[in-house]
Write a protein of this length. Sequence first.
Length: 198
Amino acid sequence: MKTKYIILFIYTIILLAGCEKDVLNKGPLDTIDENLVWKNPSLAKLFVNNLYNDIPGGLWREVDDATDVSEAAHSWLGAIFYNTGDVTASNSSFECWYLYSSIRNVNEFLEKKSPSPADEAAFNTIKGEAIFLRAYFYAEMVRFYGGVPIISKPQEITDSLSVARNTYDECIKFISDEMDCLFQLKSIPVFQFKSIPI
């Protein structure tokens, strides 16, 4: 009698295990497939939302801590280099070359996104945010460094990474053109201004 139950139990296990096909053929469980991000408005929105973390501001600027207001600032603040007179080009808390990483993410989003016609309006809003952020990142770099290299396409490993600096005027024109591009995205409610009498 026990043998019948054991055999029945084993057959049940085999039957249940055989129900799922491709048990071992699973994609990575700790990441989201890149192709899904560019097609799904919710995932694309999360991708762009993450770029807001790179906006310079708050303690990153540490303007108060670089004055006598915070002469006794904590040693972990970037402004300590100003207070001790040890600031150099490589340890300034106003450095913002790291924004090229965020700019590359924006470029990748703008090149790879492929929404369905039904999602076009949602993607236009996200696209507008991405374009604005790229312009803002460039404006921050131009403010501190003058002319910087303008990179508007995602670079590949095979591309030459030695990009010449653009002039200050070319950078300002690029930023201005980015802002003009926002007004062409008619589905973005925030940019639908009405004239207000003064």
